[in-house]
Design a protein around this ligand. Structure first.
Ligand SMILES: [Zn+2]
Length: 585
């Protein structure tokens, strides 16, 4: 079993350390204890609470001296001998031991010869070809460790929100169907709609937690179980990330949800504010401190519970409005909440038309009609067909002639479809010198002109910014698509001076896009907020290349919300007529 809590990790580090020291008996004892602690989950602490060292000793795999250390850990929050070991040998033994093939002896040698403390150091040593020269290592061992490190990183990396959200939704749906579950939701980074998430944190309320835990561990998304307790469990999902669940009483749902939604900084600031007001806040609720309570543990002051049922109750007792989860990042949202100045965020489902859609005229997979029908099904009122332009030959980009023919087809379809509008548009390439890939005459005939960088990603900030602003200054241009061109985890953003781009958007009456593709999410939350502060209008598009992409709009909406966007900041919350009249101003 994989160590899945702090104590089991510490015990595993004891085991590795004693192996390095050449002890014969201790390593196995600590390893067994580590496994036992991981397997018992909650029970280990409960056992200690009810019977101390004596009860711990009765547990499988735990002898006297380890029981004493566990007791010390729960009493004081640390273990002195462990701190001593860490001083002598300041290596993240646990982390390094997670790499297949890296045993205790290797870890010791890496430290001795190369001062490798953690995976980052190991990466550097590998990049510099240092491992092969160690005594008894050689090129073969070095290559093997490099391969294993790559695998380890692949399995532990964060996932795109757009990939993880559907899985989390499914798990919540599955669990919500169980009779004994009153409420179930996800918390953490998914609830805050971060663009990437490391794991799935679920919260359920029930009077029969064990049933819920069993159901959770048996969900079809689950590959293996790390840890299974009475009210908590931790599993590995087939998709390659972990999921945790906590089952609590329905009365404390709000407190638990608030606590596990985070983020950490938001919660630290909120707890500080609570303390100033004479409260203490934990995952169990908001408690009023009596003078005599100060300095006591939260678990001892349960008599003075003030709020725990809903998040709104808790924030309101602390004298503020409830920041939507997307805003909880520990910056200025609490100040705004105290002054009742939080924005009324763009509601999900507000977008009425998608203004970046590629059809099979360029690199999309479907016909214009198929796309229009799919968009209508997703309750959209209009789309703009924005196929690529001629210099993007790889994507079958359109020249002026084909664009004119496409316009005729769109006219025909608009007559046929009724109650749905297809706008004539383009995703026009920005050429290296900032000129556009279509003639002004052709651009002038379109309803919606979007422009994009698809080449020359490596220009300097000055050149790139000048190039893009020159393109934006063309009077036919309506919108800058995926402004920074980043692909999360694959391609860095191009070097743009975003303050200047935002100023140019204001000056030339150009919209900035929030692109909803999971790996784009471009603009990101930070620049969305900066654009809004500069009174620049935004649109949220999917960049659809197939009919099933329209469901991605919610990802762009979540980015907009994280950037404090309200409905009036996002132009395609308006009807097609209102949009066109804005564009023609
Ligand atoms: Zn593009």
């Amino acid at each position: 079993m994989k160590p899945s809590n702090k104590l089991s990790k510490i015990l595993l580090e004891f085991s590795i350390y004693h192996t390095i020291k050449g002890d014969s008996f201790k390593p196995r004892a600590y390893e067994m204890a580590s496994e036992s602690v991981a397997a018992l989950g909650n029970e280990i602490k409960q056992t200690w609470q009810s019977g101390g060292i004596k009860a711990l000793k009765d547990l499988p795999g735990i002898g006297e001296s380890i029981a004493e250390k566990i007791d010390e850990f729960y009493r004081t929050g640390k273990i002195k001998t462990y701190a001593k070991i860490k001083k002598e040998f300041p290596v993240d033994m646990y982390e390094l031991s997670q790499i297949e093939g890296l045993g205790p002896k290797h870890i010791a040698e890496l430290w001795k010869y190369l001062k490798v403390k953690n995976i980052n150091d190991l990466k550097k040593a590998l990049a510099n070809n240092k491992l092969k020269d160690l005594p008894r290592w050689g090129k073969k061992s070095q290559d093997k460790i490099a391969r294993q490190l790559k695998l380890y990183e692949q399995s532990s990396k964060r996932m795109l929100l757009g990939h993880i959200l559907p899985i989390a939704d499914d798990m919540v749906d599955n669990l919500s169907q169980i009779n004994d579950v009153k409420r179930c939701t996800y918390a953490g980074s998914i609830r805050r709609r971060e663009e990437t998430c490391g794991d799935i944190d679920l919260i359920a309320t029930s009077n029969h937690p064990q049933k819920v835990i069993n159901a959770f561990c048996n969900l079809p998304q689950v590959k293996s179980v790390h840890e299974k307790g009475k009210t908590k469990a931790s599993v590995r999902l087939h998709m390659g990330i972990d999921a945790d669940i906590r089952v609590v009483k329905d009365e404390v749902y709000g407190a638990t949800l608030q606590y596990f939604t985070g983020n950490k900084r938001h919660n630290v600031l909120l707890r500080q504010h609570a303390q100033k007001k004479g409260f203490t806040l934990s995952e169990y609720g908001l408690f009023k401190l009596k003078r005599s309570d100060i300095g006591r543990k939260t678990s001892d002051v349960g008599r003075n519970l003030v709020a725990c049922k809903t998040e709104e109750q808790i924030y309101s007792k602390l004298g503020m409005d409830t920041p939507p989860p997307e805003l909880r990042i520990g910056e200025d949202e609490l100040e705004a909440a105290k002054k009742h100045k939080l924005p009324k965020l763009l509601p999900y489902g507000s977008i009425r038309g998608d203004l970046q859609v590629q059809s099979n005229w360029s690199d999309g997979s479907a016909s214009i009609e198929e796309l229009a029908r799919a968009a209508k099904k997703q309750r959209l009122d209009y789309i703009a067909i924005t196929d690529h332009t001629k210099s993007l030959t790889i994507a079958g980009g359109l020249d002026e002639k084909r664009l004119a023919r496409q316009g005729k087809e769109i006219d025909k379809l608009n007559k046929k479809l009724r109650s749905f509008k297809i706008l004539k548009g383009t995703e026009c390439d920005i050429l290296k010198d900032g000129k556009l890939d279509l003639s002004d005459t052709a651009l002038a005939k379109l309803d919606f002109v979007g422009i994009s960088v698809h080449s020359q990603f490596g220009l300097s900030e000055k050149d790139q910014t000048t190039r893009v602003i020159k393109a934006m200054s063309n009077p036919h241009v309506h919108c800058l698509f995926h402004p920074t061109c980043r692909l999360i985890g694959k391609r860095e953003a191009i070097k743009l001076n975003m303050d200047e781009i935002i100023a140019a958007a204001k000056k030339y009456h150009v919209l900035l896009e929030i692109n909803s593709m999971p790996e784009r999410m471009d603009l990101n939350d930070r620049w969305v907020r900066a654009a809004i502060n500069a009174k620049v209008k935004l649109v949220i598009n999917t960049d659809a290349h197939s009919p099933d992409h329209f469901t991605l709009l919610q990802l762009g909406e979540s980015t907009a919300r994280r950037g404090w966007a309200t409905k009036k900041d996002i132009l395609n919350t308006k009807s097609a007529e209102q949009l066109l009249s804005w564009l023609n101003k």
